[in-house]
Design a protein around this ligand. Structure first.
Ligand SMILES: [Mn+2]
Length: 326
């Protein structure tokens, strides 16, 4: 069954928020603007309602568009004080270990999960999970609006940035439902700027990151009659170019090759593991492939980490793709 939110889920969450006074708001490790933006806006709105809020992120902080936000987050979860009635809120995470914090670091408290991933485990005492929501920020906006409030200008800007991050600036918005677009129109009305948000998401890159993109594109090879394109990078590339590459533009270029249905990029790391990034532009479900390696994600964008060197992992991945594309 596809997890969808209902009005009763939203009411249940708002009631839960009302009955707590202190909020520990967590997102996923290697955070993006959807996760952090959801944390920030939920925190800001709860503070406006007189609640005490701790924003926590395990990092690492890799993306330039959110680099300025690190100072707003604790890298360790503070201990709840005596007499507090805390609620642990986990945003944009499909499984509890995605927070990047060990179980022992989490406060002993009721937990609330708000997420939009299709796959994942059924954790948390109370859940608001909608796999048809293009972003978690949209679910936060829904909560604020359902409570009869409106996002401030700053909250609207952040919510809009989160939506644009997870939709690749509207490129992944599915047909048939105008509700998400109506919701983001209200954010623009409240002061969010599409042109500034695009500049923030597309800019701020280093020369090394562009060279790394060139290197990965150069290594790309077609498989299964060109239906899959696969490339790779190593930690030595990263060391040499001193740079993070942004995934979005890389996958955009790989998937724009005529006849390509899916793209895979394997990153060999310096600890005997490889990280695999997967994207699809057809009905091929790459989250299903990521799950073979213990990962997850969305149907069209998924990832995982697995042990083995570049060659072993490539062979294993191609075998799994062969069942679907051969
Ligand atoms: Mn998200």
């Amino acid at each position: 069954m596809i997890p969808r939110t209902s009005d009763s889920d939203i009411t249940a969450i708002l009631n839960t928020f009302q009955s707590h006074d202190t909020f520990y708001i967590l997102g996923h490790e290697e955070p993006d603007a959807d996760c952090l933006g959801s944390q920030r806006v939920l925190g800001s709105w709860l503070s406006r309602r007189g609640k005490k809020v701790h924003l926590c992120s395990a990092g690492p902080w890799k993306r330039p568009e959110i680099a300025d936000w690190e100072k707003l987050f604790c890298s360790r979860i503070p201990e709840p004080e005596a007499g507090e009635n805390p609620l642990l809120v986990i945003l944009d995470c499909s499984a509890p270990d995605r927070t990047g914090f060990p179980d022992s670091a989490l406060p002993k408290a009721d937990s609330c999960v708000i997420d939009h991933h299709a796959a994942g485990s059924d954790f948390g005492d109370i859940r608001l999970v909608d796999s048809l929501s293009p972003s978690t920020t949209l679910l936060i906006q829904k909560l604020i609006e359902a409570a009869g409030d409106e996002p401030t200008k700053e909250e609207a800007e952040i919510l809009f940035l989160g939506f644009c991050t997870d939709t690749g600036f509207f490129r992944h918005v599915e047909p048939g439902r105008s509700e998400p677009l109506e919701a983001v129109a209200r954010l623009v009305e409240a002061g969010a700027s599409p042109s500034e948000t695009f500049r923030l998401l597309a800019g701020g890159r280093s020369m090394g990151s562009r060279k790394l993109l060139g290197r990965v594109l150069e290594r790309a090879e077609p498989y299964f009659g060109g239906r899959l394109v696969l490339s790779w990078e190593t930690w030595r590339d990263w060391k040499e170019l001193g740079s993070e590459r942004d995934s979005d533009i890389l996958y955009q270029m790989l998937l724009s090759i005529s006849g390509v249905e899916a793209a895979a990029v394997i990153r060999e790391q310096n600890d005997g593991t490889c990280a695999i990034g997967l994207r699809s532009i057809t009905s091929l479900d790459v989250s299903d492939i990521a799950r073979f390696f213990g990962g997850g994600g969305h149907k069209k964008a998924a990832g995982c980490t697995t042990s083995g060197d570049l060659q072993d992992v490539t062979e294993h991945l191609l075998q799994i793709f062969a069942d679907r594309l051969d």
